[in-house]
Structures are given as structure tokens and as C-alpha cells.
Ligand binder design. Structure first.
Ligand SMILES: [Zn+2]
Length: 256
């Protein structure tokens, strides 16, 4: 069994360990609960924490490894870079020709990549913002700004699942971060609103721990939902791996 198969077959045992994800979730709540320009500094400060560092290393190693095994060396580097850069992927059926495997006889889809490129290691700051942060942004801007940059290509049905999965793995942390930003932003809108039942809500956004507790509570469900999104992503990668090994066996059988 080669290294790729070993890794993929261990997905269910190894990566479904919830602890590294819990640590990452709590960390991202802390990042999201800072002013836009303070997020990068907060991130750098906390990366010295060894428990956090171990969780990040585990998640990064395994998700990157799985992601990169989804695509072969035949894929154009430029295309992979676009998939890694733009966080939003939309697909429309009815195109012709595949720019990934170059077949022109399978049904194909037109893919549009959009969303603002961002710097994950700088608190998900938008890449276009200059380093001194002249463009100061509001709390939730980084997850809401309208896209002005995009890329387009066509893709056949056979390449589609792998490319979509590669894209999901490339941006899972950003999407998790945006989901948390959305909830904190919503919480802020409830302050001073008497029509909202505040019995289960934090009274302010001052305390990260209080926000984490709220997002992890059963009634709120944000943590559970995001954990499901994450494990669904891993499962779909495993299905693709199983499909590929089945396909390879079929080819070998027919050659015997
Ligand atoms: Zn193709």
C-alpha cells in the first residue's frame, strides 16, 4: 500500500478526531472577535501556544496531503493556483471541452472563480490591502466584500468532483472563519434589540470564552454544523479515493 492510500484509508480514524478541530475553532473565534486590522497580530501572538501549534500542524498536514492527492501532476499549475486563490466557485452546466484533462467529448461545465483573495496567515486580511492597513475595514468586511476579480475555465464531468473537492480543501479554514464572523456579526446586531430573546446569548463580545461557549452550545449549533461541514469534506475525498482505486482495479482487470 503506497503512502497516498495509507493516508486516505486512515481519514476516518485519524482526522475524525475532533480535538484539533475544536482547538482551531476556538482560535478562529478569537481572530474573528478582533477588529479587522488587529486580527493578524492576534494570530501571530497565539501561534506561540504549543497546543494550538500542534492542532494547526495536524490539520494542515492532513488536509494539504489529502487535497494534493486529489489532483495529479497533469493538472496545470496555473489552474491550481487560481483554485487556491479565489474562495468562491460557481459552476454552470452546458459547456464544451475540459481545460484540465483536455478531453473534448465529455459533457462539461463552465466554472467561475470569484471572491477576494486573502492572506490566511494575516488574519484573513484581503490581499489587496496595503501593509500599513490604509484601507481600514469594518468588522465583517473581509467575508462580505463584492468580488471584482475572477477566473473562468471549463471542466468535464470526470474532473469535476476532484476539482471541487480540491477547492473546498483549499478554503475550508477561510469558510469556517467567515461562518464565525457571521455569527458574531449577528450577535452584535442583537444588542439593544428588545425583540430578541437574549436569555441564551452573551451579553457582550468582550469575552472570547463566552462567545466560544455560545457557538458550541446545542441550541446555537454553529460548532456542530461546522464540524459536519468539515467531516463531509473529508468523507467526499475518501469517496473519490475509493472511486479511483475501483477505477484502477477495473482497468487492471480488463488488461489481464
Ligand atoms: Zn476533464
Amino acid at each position: 500500500m503506497d503512502e497516498e492510500q495509507t493516508c486516505l484509508s486512515n481519514i476516518s480514524q485519524k482526522l475524525f478526531d475532533i480535538e484539533p478541530f475544536q482547538i482551531m475553532f476556538a482560535f478562529l473565534v478569537g481572530v474573528a472577535n478582533r477588529a479587522y486590522m488587529a486580527r493578524g497580530e492576534f494570530m501571530q501572538l497565539h501561534l506561540a501556544d504549543s497546543e494550538l501549534n500542534n492542532a494547526i500542524t495536524t490539520l494542515r498536514h492532513d488536509t494539504r496531503f489529502i487535497r494534493d492527492t486529489l489532483v495529479s501532476s497533469d493538472y496545470h499549475r496555473a489552474l491550481l493556483e487560481k483554485l487556491e486563490t479565489f474562495p468562491v466557485l460557481k459552476m454552470k452546466r452546458g459547456a464544451e471541452g475540459c481545460q484540465v484533462c483536455l478531453t473534448d467529448w465529455e459533457p462539461a461545465s463552465a466554472v467561475q472563480l470569484s471572491g477576494e483573495p486573502y492572506k490566511a496567515e494575516e488574519g484573513f486580511k484581503l490581499a489587496e490591502d496595503d501593509e500599513r492597513g490604509k484601507k481600514r475595514r469594518s468588522f465583517s468586511t473581509s467575508c462580505r466584500s463584492a468580488s471584482t476579480k475572477w477566473a473562468k475555465f471549463t471542466i468535464c464531468a470526470s474532473c469535476e468532483d476532484r476539482v471541487v473537492s480540491f477547492h473546498a480543501f483549499s478554503h475550508w479554514k477561510y469558510n469556517l472563519f467567515c461562518a464565525i464572523v457571521d455569527r458574531i456579526h449577528w450577535l452584535e446586531t442583537t444588542f439593544g434589540d428588545d425583540s430578541v430573546d437574549r436569555s441564551t446569548l452573551p451579553t457582550s463580545t468582550d469575552d472570547d470564552e463566552e462567545i466560544i461557549e455560545w457557538l458550541c452550545s446545542e441550541g446555537e449549533g454553529t460548532f456542530d454544523e461546522q464540524w459536519r461541514v468539515f467531516t463531509d469534506m473529508l468523507r467526499s475525498a475518501k469517496d473519490l479515493a475509493d472511486y479511483r482505486s475501483f477505477g484502477n482495479d477495473a482497468v487492471r482487470d480488463s488488461e489481464d
